[in-house]
Write a protein that binds this ligand. Structure first.
Ligand SMILES: *[C@@H]1O[C@H](CO)[C@@H](O)[C@H](O)[C@H]1NC(C)=O
Length: 407
């Protein structure tokens, strides 16, 4: 048995948190002892596994602010993680063998104080590429944080990333770090999908009069490039002739938070865009669908349209493929590793013509949806299962323990 501590900034609900919770569950089921340490854990906004007794969680209370006058958020986030790491090393009394850190590498030097322990860092994406630096002062501030990120990331015993795409970005960003990261793909909880797999659209209250629905499932953010779905769909409608066009529908569903200005603005932009393209009667917008609705949509769709460019990993295509729905995605980033073009979907250019061409093959039947769907489902079962994920992570942890013994 290995004792694994996890250090994570905010155990809320998001892609990074899902991965951390999955990693903890995986190691626990492999017979290890796991304990999560975090600076923020709100029982009303978190994954159920962190409150229902499956995972041990310690929220390290601290008086550190979130920001100074709405600024220096990253710095304070770093300091909060340092604080959590100090708590783990000095106060908690937990004799951990391995510590799993993600998002903020700045706490690694503190964790290194435990000389016996091995540090595993999961890099979802280099933090410095996710921030803007418009003013000179901001550039200076970020220079300091970026340098800190690179130095401390390099101190981990093992770095994991979510795709080969992220691995290549990592190598370009952290040029001074010699060791290449390993890829540990996120996985899918099949049970969550199987539970709802018999639901049809009317079952979940959606009345869509179309046997050819294209689905886009993404947060309403500009970087997700949702306009591409609208534009290519409009092009398709104009191409196929009236009779076929009458059967087509586009569903734009995705996470929407009314407190986020970008979500609100972008949603309106997209609705206006649908109006000006003259396709409002063929497009449905759906804010934050529940899981059961999501599953029913994924199953009912002719194809998933996945429009972001250079997505780090992209779990939605994997979800669609599990539901035996082929994926049309931009040929860049994570989808290049999850979707096999011509077999489980089509990878293509990020243009409306290219997307419309790909969609047309499904409308005309030149792409065999059923065969692709079957291949897609098998690919996910073989490559992106929780079992596969658990085995891979366990292998990595055992490798770290072996290294320790050899010292
Ligand atoms: C998928 O699984 C097969 C067989 O196990 C393996 O050869 C292949 O490399 C895997 N692909 C990915 C992207 O994990």
């Amino acid at each position: 048995m290995v004792v694994v501590a996890f250090v994570h900034p905010d155990l809320g609900i998001g892609g990074a948190e899902r991965l951390v919770v999955d990693a903890a569950l995986a190691l626990r089921r492999k017979g290890h002892r796991v304990h999560l340490f975090t600076a923020h854990h709100d029982p009303t906004h978190c994954f159920p596994e962190t409150t229902d007794g499956q995972l041990e969680v310690t929220c390290v209370e601290n008086w550190l602010p979130r920001s100074t006058c709405d600024r220096l958020m990253a710095l304070w986030a770093y300091l909060r993680m340092v604080y959590v790491a100090l708590y783990l090393v000095v106060t908690s009394g937990l004799a951990f063998d391995v510590v799993f850190v993600d998002q903020v590498s700045a706490c690694i030097p503190i964790l290194r104080l435990r000389r016996q322990a091995k540090v595993l860092f999961y890099c979802h994406f280099p933090d410095q590429l996710l921030t803007q630096r418009r003013t000179l002062l901001k550039r200076l501030y970020r220079y300091f944080l970026d340098t800190l990120e690179e130095c401390t990331t390099g101190q981990a015993d093992c770095v994991l990333v979510n795709s080969h795409f992220t691995a290549s970005v990592y190598r370009d960003t952290f040029a001074s770090i010699g060791a290449a990261p390993s890829v540990l793909y996120p996985s899918l909880d099949f049970d969550k999908f199987d539970k709802y797999s018999s639901l049809s659209l009317p079952d979940v209250g959606l009345d869509i009069n179309s046997n050819c629905m294209f689905l886009s499932l993404n947060r309403f953010e500009r970087k997700k490039n949702l306009n591409l779905a609208l534009e290519s769909f409009s092009l398709l409608v104009n191409r196929v002739g009236e009779q076929l066009a009458a059967t087509l529908h586009l569903m734009l569903a995705g996470g929407y938070d009314q407190h986020l200005q970008e979500n609100v603005e972008h949603y309106t932009e997209l609705v206006n865009s649908a109006k000006s393209l003259g396709i409002v009667d063929k497009v449905t917008f759906l804010k934050s669908p529940e899981d059961r609705v999501k599953v029913a949509l994924l199953r009912a769709a002719k194809c998933l349209l996945y429009t972001p460019d250079k997505e780090h990993f992209g779990i939605v295509p994997v979800e669609a493929m599990y539901m035996s729905t082929p994926v049309i995605a931009v040929n860049s980033g994570g989808p290049r590793e999850t979707v096999v073009s011509g077999e489980t979907g089509i990878l293509t250019h990020q243009t409306q013509e290219a997307f419309a061409d790909a969609m047309e093959t499904f409308v005309m039947g030149t792409s065999d949806r059923a065969a692709m769907g079957t291949a897609a489902h098998h690919r996910v079962v073989n490559n992106f299962s929780f079992v596969k994920f658990s085995e891979h992570l366990n292998y990595i942890v055992q490798g770290l323990m072996d290294e320790r013994k050899q010292k």
